[in-house]
Ligand binder design. Structure first.
Ligand SMILES: C[S@@+](CC[C@H](N)C(=O)[O-])C[C@H]1O[C@@H](n2cnc3c(N)ncnc32)[C@H](O)[C@@H]1O
Length: 472
């Protein structure tokens, strides 16, 4: 790690109107991580959207950019664990510590407990940051708290703050997931609930960057030639082991994109699911920002079918327009008040708005942003959209109900509720269809008829798929 520099130099480098360049790039690194963590807490910002711009604005590249990224994501991921430790080390309850100061303490705790940054550097830079954002009195407080944190390593702290006896509580503190999320994930694992620790650990691991070569516009071979590596499951995927994806020419040109492999496979499964009769019109009902629509539009062009991609939000429909080819129709439509006649489509993708609890690796903050009430709030919309998707498809056609959440109340409970009492819908064997679409069969998707991907089993987001065929 870079050494700390003198206080004088820090003050000389103070920049009006922007973060102080206190002591050189390493402090700008921490300030950048702090600013993003703060924006996530106060403005509901998404770290993955905000951080790249901040790094660019501040000229942070290479190792500095990598460190700022690690500190940002590490602090957001570990917040639950760090708060439990800080609560023991502080003589004030955490809810009485001002938000900016608390975020400085979390950033300091992350450096002390989860990085190889020397303790004196971690404490010193955090204290300087506390002075800058909260004043000299609070800097003293930060110093006292972080010195206590530095007296033990993470394992020793976990023995104290995550004692056995309350299993959900232990997992919640150890793996920094809210209690209700631990319970929901364990329920969703069902017979595999013994894997809960592996799943929680996988949620905290940095995901690989997976690319998709949009069919007809780029090839996997082209991505491999640009430094990517083969991906296990999707015939359109490649993994970028390092570097900025936008430096790959096909990505910069919009012919390839960053997309999780499970996202690719559920879109492929919709395109490949067996149907009776014609196969000419496809609908992506909730398409924004266009990840799956980008893949589907390429497949549609190759198979001579037409895709219509919709979203209720105009700006998200605008993003879809950039992701698809010119043949694909894009429209701003509320899927619950459809702009098409019943039975207009042969295949319909409903990638429903959900809590995103399946993408915690990429969006670590969503675990703190969501509450149990979020699941209940989304339920009526998910049911209304699925009912509408089943209306939109003709008899013999197929609907894919997809969520980026494994929470049972957003997945099988929604599907089972909507299908209850209906005799005109058949559940297809989703794992079997996925096996046919994949380059290599993903094992462990469940017994069917529904399929559930898992980060710890497949290295993907926890994506859910139900393939439903209208029979009448
Ligand atoms: C999970 S995201 C879709 C992700 C997208 N399929 C992809 O792969 O990039 C859900 C989308 O549903 C949209 N949405 C929410 N309510 C909707 C509605 N009533 N009708 C249409 N779209 C809706 C949201 O704006 C959001 O863009």
């Amino acid at each position: 790690m870079t050494p700390r520099t003198s206080r004088d130099r820090r003050d000389r480098n103070r920049r009006p109107g922007g973060p102080r360049r206190t002591g050189g790039p390493e402090d700008l690194v921490r300030r950048t991580a702090f600013d993003v963590v703060r924006a996530v807490q106060t403005r509901d910002a998404y770290a993955n959207l905000l951080l790249p711009g901040r790094l660019r604005e501040r000229g942070l590249t290479g190792r500095d950019a990598a460190l700022a990224t690690e500190l940002t994501y590490g602090t957001l991921r570990g917040r639950g664990t760090y708060d439990a430790v800080l609560a023991v080390c502080s003589d004030r309850p955490l809810h009485r510590i001002d938000g900016p100061l608390l975020d400085v303490l979390r950033l300091g705790a992350h450096q002390l407990l989860a990085t190889r940054i020397p303790p004196h550097a971690a404490v010193g830079t955090a204290v300087e940051l506390a002075r800058s954002v909260a004043g000299p009195g609070q800097a003293k407080f930060a110093n006292a708290v972080l010195r206590k944190v530095a007296t033990r390593d993470l394992a020793a702290w976990l023995d104290i703050v995550a004692p056995p006896g309350d299993e959900v509580g232990r997992l919640s503190v150890t793996y920094s997931h809210p209690r209700w999320v631990v319970s929901a994930l364990r329920d969703a694992l069902g017979p595999g609930r013994d894997e809960i620790e592996e799943l929680l650990a996988a949620d905290n691991a940095r995901p690989r960057v997976t690319l998709v070569a949009k069919p007809g516009r780029a090839t996997v071979e082209e991505l491999l030639a640009a430094g990517a590596e083969p991906a296990p499951y999707s015939p359109y995927a490649a993994i970028l082991p390092e570097g900025d994806p936008s430096a790959v020419a096909a990505v910069a040109g919009g012919r390839a994109a960053v997309q999780d492999e499970a996202s690719q496979l559920v879109a492929l499964a919709l395109a490949d699911a067996p149907l009776d009769g014609s196969d000419a019109r496809w609908l992506d009902m909730c398409a924004g920002p266009g990840g799956k629509a980008g893949l589907l539009s390429g497949l549609a062009a190759q198979r001579g079918t037409r895709l219509l991609a919709c979203d209720v939000q105009p700006h998200r429909a605008g993003l879809v327009r950039r992701a698809v080819d010119g043949r694909t129709g894009v429209a701003v439509v509320d899927g619950t008040v459809p702009a098409w006649r019943p039975g207009s489509f042969d295949r319909v993708l409903l990638d429903a708005p959900c809590t995103g609890l399946g993408a915690l690796r990429r969006r670590p903050e969503s675990r703190w942003r969501r509450e149990p009430g979020s699941v209940a709030e989304l339920g009526p919309l998910q049911r209304a959209l699925l009912t509408s998707a089943l209306e939109a498809v003709r008899p013999g056609g197929v609907v894919a109900y997809v969520t980026c959440s494994p929470h049972l109340a957003e997945t099988r409970v929604v599907v089972d509720d909507v299908l209850r009492g209906r005799q005109d819908v058949q559940r297809l064997d989703s794992p079997a269809v996925l096996a046919g679409s994949a380059a290599r069969e993903p094992a462990g998707l469940g017994e069917g008829p529904y399929a559930q991907f898992w980060p710890h089993r497949h290295g993907t987001d926890a994506m859910f798929l139900a393939l439903l065929r209208r029979t009448a």
